[in-house]
Design a protein around this ligand. Sequence first.
Ligand code: MLT
Length: 263
Amino acid sequence: MDTTGIKYVVKGDGPTLVLVHGFPFDKRIWKEQVDGLADIARVYAIDLPGFGQSAPLPMSVAPSIDSYADAIASWVREMGLERKIVLAGHSMGGYVALEFARQYADMLAGLVLISTRPGPDTKVAKENRRRLAEDVRMRGPLAVVVAMLTKLFAAGTVGRDPGLADRLRDIMMQQSNDAIIRALHSMAARPGRASVLRRIKVPVLAIAGNEDAVIPSTEAGGMAARVPKSRRKLTIIEGVGHMPMMENPGEFNAALRDFLPRS
Ligand code: MLT
């Protein structure tokens, strides 16, 4: 029975890989991973509550990153996934993945942190999110497209594949105001989670593009450095911005292939 309302696509067989999108996207950003890694893993790409086709969280649940992590844990249980999962989170999805690792370590076989950071928002960032939430209430997802789209890809990506920005714009424009606003409040309220990395007992891969204009790739190095040496990997992809899974799926998938446990 579907009680969590989380929708997903799944392909392949092998170790379980669960892909969690960032803000304000949905599972479609992982198309190249679902198709490109299905020969070595059972790849799930999920929609976070309220995004894509997933049901929103009840209004009685306060906006928080924890609530998304809880929803994923309930979904994993509901799906009866037999194996521990490798959880891969992009940006806001990385905040969720870190929170999941803090609360549900026993469900994890590995953690992949993509174009993300472990620290909380600054005062200025919180205020910007509050303003953007107001703007979304008035203008809808277009407000986020205007604020974010030009920062998401490296200049070289746009030159090479101009259609990519249209593809992502469409995904952003299809998200609901409520989901976007809830996510903005959730991100603004999140505490720092760097300490999770020091205590982590499973392998961790940090991935970032060296031209990320949203979250600098130095954050990936900083996250990896906190993980005990024997369990950490770091991949910085050259010439790529905030969306490495779309901008250079070849190198991105190669890093995941190298990281995923053999079945
Ligand atoms: C994302 O891509 O999920 C967001 O840009 C993350 C953020 O705004 O902190």
